[in-house]
Design a protein around this ligand. Structure first.
Ligand code: GLU
Length: 458
C-alpha cells in the first residue's frame, strides 16, 4: 500500500447515542488504520440542523471511549467548516459541473406530486439546469447548488469487498450540494472532508452504496483521487430484518448499562462478517489488528444475536475469574464494584464471585444472583416451611461455621427428625436468599456469617 492509511467515522449527532452499527464501522475503521500504522479520525457530520439532537455528540464520544476505540484526530465538526464547502460548490459551478437552482418549495412539491402520479421515482426535473443564472439573481434570491450529473454514460467504482459497481448516470439525481442556509448536504460535505482530511479508505455501511456514484462524480469534477471504498454489510436481527430499535437494543449505552464488557462487545462485532483465519471465536482487539483482512469481509447479512453476545460476555467473565494472574482475576470484581456504584464492599464481592461466576453472563446479573449477600431479601419467593427451617436452625446453632460442618450437622438433624435433608436445605435457601435457586447455599452462609444468617430466620 502506498501512502498513509487514514480512516474515519463520520457520525451525525442525530441519535440518542452511538448506534451499534456505527460501533461496528468504528471498529473496522480503527482496526484497518492500526494494522497499517495509520490514523483513525472522528468527524461529526452536523450539517442537518433539523435533526440535531442536543448532547448526542458527547454521548457518542463517551461510548467510543468506553469501547476503547481511541481516535488520533478530531472530533472535527462540519458546522465549523462552512466556508470550505461553499468554496468548492462555487468552483463546481464555475467549472460547469454544478448549477444554481432557484426552484421554490412549492414548485418542487408540485413536481413530486406529478411524478408520483406517473409512478416515477422522485427526482429533480432539471428545470434550472439549462438557465444561465445572472449574478444579480444569485445575490438577491434564495438558491441551492445542484450537482450537474451527466445525462449519459455510467459511473463506476470498485468496492474492496464487493468488486466493481456501476450506475447509469441517467438514474442519478441532480443532488443538492449546498443548501439555501449555506450548509452543505451530506454528499458535498463528505467528499470535501474526506479529500481534505486525506482519508485513504472510506469504510461505511452498505446503505451508502447508492450515494457513492454522486461522490465519485464529485471527486472527478474536482480532480481529486478517489479513496478506497469498502461498504460493510448491515447488521441484522435474528429474523434477518434490518437491526432496529423495536427488535434489538441499538444504542451502545444500553449494552454498557446491561453489564456487557466492551472487549466482549468488540470481539462479538468483529465476528459479524469476518472469520478469524484460525476459526477462533474469542480473540482480543490486538489480535484482530494483526490478522484482520478487509478484503475477506463477507457480504451475506450478519446476524447480531444478543444471546450469542451474552454467551461471549460470560466466557470473558469466567476467563478473567479463572486466570492464573491476580490482576486479571480482579478485573471482574473491580468492574462489578463500579457497576453497583461502589455500594457493596469490594472484599465481599471478591469472596462471593466464585460462587456465582458460572451463572453470570453480564455484570448486571451479579445483583440478582448475589444481592442477598448485601441486603436482606425484601420479600420471599414463597413462604417458608417453619418446621423444616427449625431443623436447620437447631443444627446450625451448635456447629462450626464452615460449610462442611454445617452440612454434616443438618444431615444428622434431618435424619433424627425424619425429614429429607434436601428439603431442609431448600427452606434454608428460601429463608436466607428469598429464592428457590441460587449459588451453593452452605458456601453462601459461610460468607454471610452466623449472625446475619440467624437474623434471617424469622
Ligand atoms: N454522516 C454519515 C452517517 O451518519 C456518514 C456516512 C459515511 O460514512 O460516509 O453515518
Amino acid at each position: 500500500m502506498t501512502g498513509q492509511v487514514r480512516t474515519r467515522i463520520a457520525p451525525s449527532p442525530t441519535g440518542e447515542n452511538l448506534h451499534i452499527g456505527n460501533a461496528y464501522t468504528a471498529l473496522i475503521n480503527y482496526v484497518v488504520a492500526k494494522q497499517h500504522g495509520g490514523q483513525f479520525i472522528v468527524r461529526i457530520e452536523d450539517t442537518d440542523r433539523t435533526r440535531f439532537v442536543e448532547g448526542s455528540e458527547a454521548r457518542i464520544l463517551a461510548s467510543l471511549a468506553w469501547l476503547g476505540i481511541r481516535y488520533d484526530e478530531g472530533p472535527y465538526h462540519q458546522s465549523e467548516r462552512l466556508p470550505l464547502y461553499k468554496q468548492y460548490a462555487d468552483k463546481l459551478v464555475e467549472n460547469g459541473h454544478a448549477y444554481y437552482c432557484f426552484c421554490t418549495a412549492e414548485r418542487l412539491a408540485q413536481m413530486r406530486k406529478e411524478q408520483e402520479a406517473r409512478h416515477e421515482p422522485p427526482r429533480y426535473d432539471g428545470h434550472c439546469r439549462k438557465v444561465k443564472s445572472e449574478k444579480s439573481k444569485v445575490k438577491s434570491e434564495k438558491y441551492v447548488i445542484r450537482l450537474k450529473v451527466p445525462e449519459e454514460g455510467t459511473t463506476t467504482f470498485t468496492d474492496l469487498i464487493r468488486g466493481e459497481i456501476t450506475f447509469e448516470n441517467k438514474l442519478i439525481d441532480d443532488q443538492v450540494l449546498l443548501k439555501s442556509d449555506g450548509y452543505p448536504t451530506y454528499h458535498l460535505g463528505v467528499v470535501v472532508d474526506d479529500h481534505l482530511m486525506e482519508i485513504s479508505h472510506v469504510i461505511r455501511g452498505e446503505e451508502w452504496i447508492s450515494s457513492t456514484p454522486k461522490h465519485v462524480l464529485l471527486y472527478q469534477f474536482l480532480g481529486w483521487k478517489l479513496p478506497v471504498y469498502a461498504h460493510m454489510p448491515l447488521l441484522r436481527n435474528p429474523d434477518k430484518s434490518k437491526l432496529s430499535k423495536r427488535k434489538n437494543p441499538v444504542w451502545v449505552s444500553w449494552y454498557r448499562e446491561q453489564g456487557f464488557l466492551p472487549e466482549a462487545l468488540l470481539n462479538y462485532l468483529a465476528t459479524m462478517a469476518w472469520a478469524h483465519p484460525e476459526g477462533k471465536e474469542i480473540f482480543s482487539l490486538d489480535e484482530m489488528i494483526r490478522v484482520f483482512d478487509l478484503a475477506n469481509v463477507q457480504t451475506t447479512a450478519p446476524v447480531f444475536d444478543i444471546e450469542k453476545l451474552r454467551w461471549m460476555n460470560g466466557t470473558y467473565l469466567r476467563s478473567y475469574q479463572s486466570s492464573a494472574r491476580l490482576p486479571a482475576r480482579q478485573v471482574v470484581s473491580r468492574q462489578i464494584f463500579d457497576f453497583v456504584h461502589r455500594k457493596y464492599s469490594k472484599e465481599v464481592i471478591e469472596k462471593v464471585l466464585p460462587l456465582v461466576i458460572e451463572r453470570m453472563k453480564s455484570l448486571k446479573e451479579f445483583e440478582s444472583l448475589a444481592g442477598f449477600f448485601f441486603a436482606r431479601p425484601k420479600e420471599l419467593e414463597r413462604p417458608v416451611n417453619q418446621g423444616l427451617l427449625r431443623v436447620a436452625k437447631g443444627a446450625l446453632e451448635s456447629c462450626d461455621w464452615s460449610h462442611e460442618a454445617m452440612e454434616k450437622a443438618i444431615r444428622e438433624a434431618s435424619e433424627q427428625t425424619g425429614v429429607k435433608a434436601r428439603d431442609v436445605f431448600m427452606e434454608l435457601r428460601v429463608a436466607v436468599t428469598g429464592k428457590t435457586v441460587g449459588p451453593p447455599i452452605l458456601e453462601s452462609l459461610e460468607i454471610l456469617g452466623e449472625e446475619e444468617t440467624i437474623a434471617r430466620f424469622i
